[in-house]
Every structure is written in structure tokens, then in C-alpha cells.
Design a protein around this ligand. Structure first.
Ligand code: AHG
Ligand code: MN
Ligand code: MN
Ligand code: MN
Length: 337
């Protein structure tokens, strides 16, 4: 791709703003600032043991997970980058107990930013792909956000995206008008549009689930995965391949590029906790992206984007990716009832 003919993220967003009035200038700026913060996180990730970002921070987040230094650093980078831009009323994150209102010494805007600053924490120290996930909502209460302002169903997101810090650093973005992927040119420091209008094939022979939890799954998931494992002599009459990175960003990115189904189901160990992943900053942004790419996303019972959140850190079961497989596992849940 010649340097002159490249479309950068900045150019792409300005074109979107001109063509599509759903992308106001302050939302465009907000997305650019988030993307800039991801560059800085990528820099720290790439330093590995040469920098100061590996290892644990010695603290726990609100969900009782041990925080890695990079969880905390990435959270700080996103807060610092976004607090002064003027587009936001407040932010919320996996690594903060409650919302972060924009300090009074900066102008406030009418958007809310929600993020998982570092997804795939268990992979940080072993040099496997990790990422950042974000979601943007309008603040229904103008510039004065409360925790309640965030509790909107995912279909109301105005933008969502993720960065993957892997062999390449990429940024995947939707503003409700398809899904595009930008690759970071490290020397120039710019995000370059490299994958246009990504589409997830409806059929697949690949699935992602943490199989070590099999004995704890509920019947519909045991049935669905059991049928996949049965291969050519089972009811599906086909061989299926397992892929599990243990970083949701990396698993979803693979699915976006070549199809597949990703599952993190609820299980019998914790009947009070529907799954491990978080609705606001993992499931909703990924569901928005996947639907925009022609895929589907449910919690087994309903469309993820239709769930009314009750709290900031609420968890949810997740089935997303190639439409026909998501429909199938969802129908097994419905038959069970
Ligand atoms: P996070 O690192 O943000 O806490 O999220 C981790 C999540 C997700 O990225 C991944 O799909 C899943 O946890 C991995 O879970 P297992 O440890 O069960 O494989
Ligand atoms: Mn975590
Ligand atoms: Mn995560
Ligand atoms: Mn995280």
C-alpha cells in the first residue's frame, strides 16, 4: 500500500462525519483520543521485560481479580488521555469501582466512555495477544452523569471498538456503519485502514470455549459442544476445531476475520453469577461489533444488545460470532426451558 494512498483513522473519521451525520465532531474527536491512548498502551506492551509493565500490582479490582501492573497503567492512560478532551461527562472501567466524573477544571461533554483497559490479563507476562475494549454511550442526563446514566442497553451504543496488541497492533471500530480495521504503523505513529467492512461468515467449523470447565456447564452447552466434538459420525457430520487464546479480544478478532463462535457460558459453580465476562465493557461492545459484521450475539436466552443492565460490573453469559452457530446454541437453551 503506497504511503500517499493510505486512509488514516483521522481521514476515515472525517469522511464518516461528512457522509453520515450520526458521527458528530465531538464523537470523532473522542474516538481519536481513545485510539491515541491505545498507541501508548501498545508502546508499553511492546517493551515487555524492558519496561515496567509486567507482573502484578499487588492490588485487587472491584471484582476480586488480582490487578496486573498493566491493568492499572492502561486504566490510567485511558483516564489521562480522555479527561481533558471536552466530549465526555464521565468514564467507567473494569478497574474502577464506580464511575469517574470529568474533573471540574475541564469542560464536560455529553458522552460516556466505558472500557476494559487491558483484556486478557493472564496473557500479559507470556507475550500472547492482549487488548483494550471500549464502548461509547450518550449521557441521558446531559453533562451530569451518575452510575444510573451508564445503565443503558447495548443497542444504544454510538461507537465501540477494540485494540489488539499482538504481532501487529490493530484497532477495530464501529460507529454503527459497518466494521473497519486499522493497523498501527509504528514508525509513522498512524492508524491505517487495512480491512474494510469486515463480515463474519454465517457458517464455521471453529469454536472457542474454555473446555476445562466442561463438567460445570449447563445442559444446553454440554449438548452443543458435545455435538461439535462428536465429529463426522455425530449429528453435525463434520469435524470442528477448538481455538482458545484466553484473551477475548484475540478470540473475537480471529472470528471477525475468518468466522467462528466464541462462548463464555454461565456455569453451575456460581448460579448467582451469569458467566465471567462483563456486560458493559466486554459483551456489549463486542456484540455491537459482531452484529455490525453480520454475526450474532446472545446470552443463550436473548440478544445481548437488548439486555437492560442493572449495575456497572454486571456479568453475562456470552455466545457470539457466526450467526448459524449462535442461533443453534441459543435454540438449545430455549428448548431447555
Ligand atoms: P480480563 O483480562 O479483562 O479480566 O478478561 C479476561 C477474560 C477474557 O479476556 C477471556 O476470554 C477470559 O477472561 C479467559 O478466561 P479463562 O481464564 O477462563 O480462560
Ligand atoms: Mn480482569
Ligand atoms: Mn476483559
Ligand atoms: Mn481487563
Amino acid at each position: 500500500m503506497s504511503l500517499q494512498r493510505r486512509t488514516t483513522l483521522a481521514k476515515y473519521l472525517i469522511e464518516q462525519q461528512r457522509e453520515n451525520h450520526n458521527l458528530p465532531a465531538d464523537l470523532r474527536l473522542l474516538i481519536e483520543v481513545v485510539a491515541r491512548a491505545c498507541k501508548l498502551i501498545s508502546y508499553h506492551v511492546s517493551k515487555g521485560a524492558l519496561g515496567e509493565a509486567l507482573g502484578t500490582a499487588g492490588t485487587e479490582n472491584v471484582q476480586g481479580e488480582v490487578q496486573k501492573k498493566l491493568d492499572v497503567l492502561s486504566n490510567e492512560i485511558l483516564l489521562d488521555a480522555n479527561e481533558w478532551g471536552g466530549s465526555l461527562a464521565a468514564m467507567a472501567s473494569e478497574e474502577m469501582e464506580t464511575l469517574f466524573p470529568i474533573p471540574s477544571n475541564y469542560p464536560r461533554g455529553e458522552y460516556l466512555l466505558v472500557f476494559d483497559p487491558l483484556d486478557g490479563s493472564s496473557n500479559i507476562d507470556v507475550n500472547v495477544s492482549i487488548g483494550t475494549i471500549f464502548s461509547v454511550l450518550r449521557c441521558p442526563d446531559g453533562q451530569d452523569a451518575t452510575e444510573q446514566s451508564f445503565l443503558q442497553p447495548g443497542r444504544q451504543q454510538v461507537a465501540a471498538g477494540y485494540a489488539v496488541y499482538g504481532p501487529q497492533t490493530v484497532l477495530v471500530l464501529t460507529t454503527g456503519n459497518g466494521v473497519n480495521c486499522f493497523t498501527l504503523d509504528r514508525e509513522l505513529g498512524s492508524w491505517v485502514l487495512t480491512h474494510n467492512n469486515l463480515q463474519i461468515p454465517a457458517d464455521t467449523r471453529e469454536y472457542a470455549i474454555n473446555g476445562s470447565n466442561e463438567r460445570h456447564w449447563y445442559e444446553p452447552v454440554q449438548r452443543y459442544v458435545g455435538e461439535l466434538l462428536a465429529g463426522t459420525t455425530g449429528p453435525r457430520q463434520a469435524d470442528f476445531n477448538t481455538r482458545w487464546v484466553a484473551s477475548m479480544v484475540a478470540d473475537v478478532h480471529r472470528i471477525l476475520n475468518r468466522g467462528g463462535i466464541f462462548m463464555y457460558p454461565a456455569d453451575k459453580r456460581t448460579p448467582d453469577k451469569p458467566g465471567k465476562l462483563r456486560l458493559m465493557y466486554e459483551a456489549n461492545p463486542m456484540a455491537f461489533i459482531v452484529e455490525q459484521a453480520g454475526g450474532a450475539a446472545t446470552n443463550g436466552a436473548e440478544r445481548i444488545l437488548d439486555i437492560q443492565p442493572k449495575s456497572l460490573h454486571e456479568r453475562v453469559a456470552v455466545f457470539l460470532g457466526s450467526k448459524n452457530e449462535v442461533d443453534r446454541v441459543t435454540s438449545y437453551h430455549r428448548e431447555e426451558k
